[in-house]
Design a protein around this ligand. Structure first.
Ligand code: GLN
Length: 518
């Protein structure tokens, strides 16, 4: 029987109708995002904490500037990492190299108590490592599917759940340990899982068969590949499709520019303008809800892990050993944290807690969106992008409404937390229409020789957006003083909605330029 997926014979086994290799990538990416978002969650808190609290006592402005620079650069290096992987390294080697460099980065940061240099060296290593890792693991996902396989969109959505499972656990656990036990332990924890994730990928990579080998190796095992590489020039169809990738990528700048307010102005809104102190029943209910939302994703992930073990435990023993060990440690920390929190009588919801909602909503809603994409209600790519931008704008409309009564220039208020909870819900639905879908389009529209580079370009647009988002967010006080906080949030309603409308206008041209790729 002909193989239905790319990769080795073992990769033909399925979990949830997708190749098992997808779940190897799911967990590798999960640990990497655990490290990325876990470290990111405590970066600004660490820098701005007082010396007495083992921080560096930086001003908000300085800390946010470094944060903006870091989150921008992290998405800039993928263009180089993607290019090098296409041309020389191959996606697999590049992924492993990236993971190793990032492990060293986290280790270096964990040593910040000895000298500041370790901290900065750590950040640089993370920026470089991510450049090798992020575009290339994303490329491998697409190659697990044969051309035209309708399951590719769903595959990227599952992969995106892995991203957010990692973000969820990383923010929750590194945040908790960093804030309540010690910063360097939080940084170190991020590194341990990055390392285990790398080993898990390394020992399982034979499952990918020829996928992701370096061009040189590929030419040895598949002589036809030599001819492909020798061919130069692009056909018009390829150029048209590249233009579509560029247009989609540029539209993501509008999306992430507003979306990434989460870590900046939306966190400030949570911190200073919402009612976060809960006592008595409210505190108990919050603790209960928080426990449920921690345990449910853990249980879901453990079931997926079991599925993976049942398909490939005997063939890739070492890989699964590292994966299992990581899970055992995480379960231990989760239980310890829950028991510890229940002993408190009043609760102050941490300002950073709301951003965890984003990952949680993704994990809960991704299966639904994946179903819609494979049903008869599946809209075309440009329409998905437009809906995503409009949903994002709608989320900000809730914030603008919630902030309506806050007087000009007020420094504090006690607005209901409902507005943030709704805003994150709409932002996440928008994200599901754009981000995993976009990854899938890059993989489908780029010629095979340029997949890494095009993923690099996709992420470079995130770099621009992160940088501009941070810059715009830093004007929150000035704009609120002059026009009110509500009008500040309205900016993020108007611009994405206009971009969404523009996308609808461009739809016929884009569909034509995709030349039949849906
Ligand atoms: N949240 C997603 C991730 O961490 C997408 C980030 C992006 O493309 N800007 O991978």
């Amino acid at each position: 029987m002909a193989a239905q997926f790319g990769g080795s014979a073992l990769n033909q086994k399925t979990i949830l109708n997708h190749p098992v290799g997808l779940f190897v990538l799911f967990f590798t990416e999960m640990w990497e995002r655990f490290s990325y978002y876990g470290m990111r969650a405590i970066l600004v808190l660490f820098l701005t904490s007082s010396i007495m609290n083992d921080g560096w006592a930086w001003s908000n402005e300085d800390a946010l500037q470094l944060y903006g620079l870091y989150t921008g650069l992290v998405y800039l290096t993928p263009i180089l990492g993607g290019f090098l992987a296409d041309k020389y390294l191959g996606y697999r080697n590049a992924t492993v190299m990236g993971a190793l460099i990032m492990t060293l980065g986290h280790a270096s940061m964990a040593l910040e108590t000895f000298t500041n240099t370790f901290f900065y060296l750590g950040l640089v290593l993370l920026i470089i490592g991510n450049g090798f890792f992020k575009p290339n693991i994303s490329s491998i996902v697409g190659q697990l599917y044969k051309d035209g396989d309708k399951r590719k969109d769903g595959g990227y959505t599952i992969f995106y759940m892995g991203i957010n499972a990692g973000a969820f656990l990383g923010i929750l656990l590194c945040g908790y340990i960093g804030e309540k036990v010690g910063w360097h332990l939080g940084f170190g924890l991020a590194g341990i899982f990055m390392f285990f994730g790398m080993l898990q990928f390394w020992f399982a990579q034979k499952i990918f068969g020829n996928i992701g080998l370096s061009p040189k190796k590929l030419a040895e095992v598949q002589p036809t590949n030599k001819d492909l590489n020798a061919k130069s020039g692009f056909t018009n169809v390829e150029i048209d499709r590249l233009i579509v990738i560029v247009v989609f990528s540029i539209f993501t700048i509008f999306f992430w520019w507003a979306f990434e307010q989460a870590g900046g102005s939306m966190t400030i809104f949570a911190k200073d303008f919402t009612q976060r102190t809960l006592v008595g029943d409210a505190s108990n209910i919050f603790n209960l809800v928080n426990t449920i939302i921690t345990l449910v994703p853990m249980i879901v992930l453990t079931v997926v892990l079991y599925g993976l073990f049942s398909k490939m435990l005997s063939s890739f023993m070492l890989s699964n050993l590292f994966l299992g060990a990581s899970f055992a440690i995480i379960w231990g920390i989760v239980i310890w944290m829950i028991v510890r929190e229940f002993s408190e009588t009043a609760t102050e919801i941490p300002a950073s807690w709301f951003s965890v909602l984003n990952s949680l909503y993704i994990i809960l809603l991704a299966p639904l969106f994946s179903k819609i994409w494979s049903s008869k209600y599946n809209p075309s790519g440009p329409v998905k992008f437009a809906i995503g931008l409009i949903l994002l704008g709608a989320g900000f409309a809730f914030l603008a409404f919630g902030a309506w009564g806050i007087p000009l220039g007020a420094e504090q208020a006690s607005v209901s937390i409902v507005w943030l909870i709704l805003a994150y819900l709409f932002h996440t639905m928008g994200e599901l229409c754009i981000s995993p879908v976009g990854l899938s389009y890059v993989s489908k529209l780029a010629p095979i020789k340029l997949v890494g580079l095009m993923f690099g370009f996709w992420f470079v647009c995130s770099a621009v957006a992160n940088y501009l988002g941070g810059k715009t967010g830093s004007y929150i006080d000035k704009i609120s003083e002059a026009y009110g906080l509500s009008n500040f949030f309205l900016i993020f309603f108007v611009i994405p909605v206009l971009a969404g409308i523009l996308m609808i206008v461009l739809k016929p041209i884009l569909i034509k330029k995709m030349h039949g790729i849906d």
